[in-house]
Design a protein around this ligand. Structure first.
Ligand SMILES: [Zn+2]
Length: 200
């Protein structure tokens, strides 16, 4: 299980090339096991780190993710900085802002030209994929937004998926990207980029 937390520190600080960081960089352990079949009111214990690859505008390399373990059920919980999206190698701001650029400039090609100069390895295919995922994920993202306290945006009445996605990006950019990412993940237990088919 993955939790995200907001931090204003840059990815460099979490680099796996540095010695293990001090605990103030990570949130304190949960006081109740979040796993559904356990939920015991026990303080989770430190359980080392794992390393994951991350690419942003300023960083390319592995960062260290803190892991906790429940002493009752033995299951783990990872806590990841909100500049990451679980299972995506590009950072949260790169994904959100490159898709925004594709709407703003009117073309994914143009956005890719611009972004490939700032972020190593990013291509038209990445941006097309991210943009398609957000549009397809509209219902799941809307569900998550409604479940997050307090529901910050009203997007339900916008008709087209592309119009909806543009409005969504407007709402979360530029200041709210990381807090949105963390709140969404912690509310739904999934990232806003992990595809969910909400049609029954
Ligand atoms: Zn447990």
């Amino acid at each position: 299980m993955q939790y995200l937390f907001y931090t204003d520190k840059p990815p460099e600080v979490y680099s796996a090339e540095l010695p293990p960081q001090d605990d103030s960089l990570y949130p304190p352990p949960l006081l109740k096991c979040p796993h559904r079949d356990c939920h015991m009111p026990v303080r989770l214990e430190k359980h080392g780190y794992y390393k994951r690859w991350l690419v942003t505008e300023t960083f390319q390399g592995r960062i260290r993710i803190r892991r906790y373990v429940c002493p009752v059920c033995g299951k783990t919980v990872s806590v990841m900085p909100a500049f990451c999206i679980p299972y995506f190698q590009y950072g949260t701001a790169v994904i959100v802002n490159s898709v925004w650029s594709s709407f703003e400039s009117g073309s994914v090609m143009q956005a890719a030209r611009e972004w490939s100069q700032q972020v190593p390895g990013i291509t038209r295919r990445h941006i097309t994929y991210y943009r398609g995922r957000m549009c397809k994920n509209r219902q799941f993202i809307q569900y998550g937004i409604n479940a997050m306290p307090p529901a910050p945006v009203e997007l339900g009445r916008i008709p087209g998926d592309i119009e909806w996605t543009k409005r969504f990006l407007c709402e979360i950019r530029p200041q709210n990207i990381l807090t949105f990412n963390a709140d969404f993940q912690n509310t739904t237990r999934s990232s806003f980029m992990s595809y969910r088919n909400m049609v029954a």
